[in-house]
Design a protein around this ligand. Sequence first.
Ligand code: C5P
Length: 220
Amino acid sequence: MPKPWKKLIVALDITSEKRAKQIISALAVKKPKFKIGLIAYTSFGPKIIDWVKTKGGSIFLDFKLYDIPNTMVETAKAFVDLGVWAFTVHVKAGEESLKILKKEITAYSRKQKKPRPLIIGVTELTSRKTSLKSVLSLAKIAKKSKIDGVVSSVWEAKKIAKDFKLLTITPGIRKKKTNDDQKRVATVKDALREGSSFFVVGRPIINEKNCLFAAEELLK
Ligand code: C5P
């Protein structure tokens, strides 16, 4: 299997059940991971997780938790029960909160005899122009908190991996420069060269009628 597919996370930012099922079925053969965020989860509830799992897919739950430790821990326990591969939390929640989250989720997963989901900290949103310094200072907090990785743009991924040995998940992937809400964008080629552990693609794939063809073109 070509390497880019192994690194692809498809953002299922979709509200139509028919379309969501179509996209999952069309892409699942290539075994990308699927990102479920507030759009899909609010539209379908936990059924969306079953649809992905039935097709053998892994789930990246992107709710970007940002709350007091107890609320984050209890929410993340439900993620463990749902059997997700990874989930997101804002690094800005702070080192102390993230440490508690990691400790509690590790203990809970062990108790439930379930794999512990990866905890991925969002640094700065890719829809914002920001400095490398700002992203790196958040990545440093992620490292000190001992979570597994961070969300950043492609342009910070290499430095984060080198300095902090964290996984990097990079959204803002575009074929070429576009005029949408994403500001810190990059191509798949950039993501591979800069060493992103995984890259997230939503609209460039899900908005295309033939999403498998669109994905293949993007990854070429
Ligand atoms: O459609 P597009 O390719 O821009 O989708 C990117 C996905 O990644 C969206 O679901 C968005 O919420 C998510 N994301 C992001 N930037 C972050 C964190 C998550 O774009 N920093």
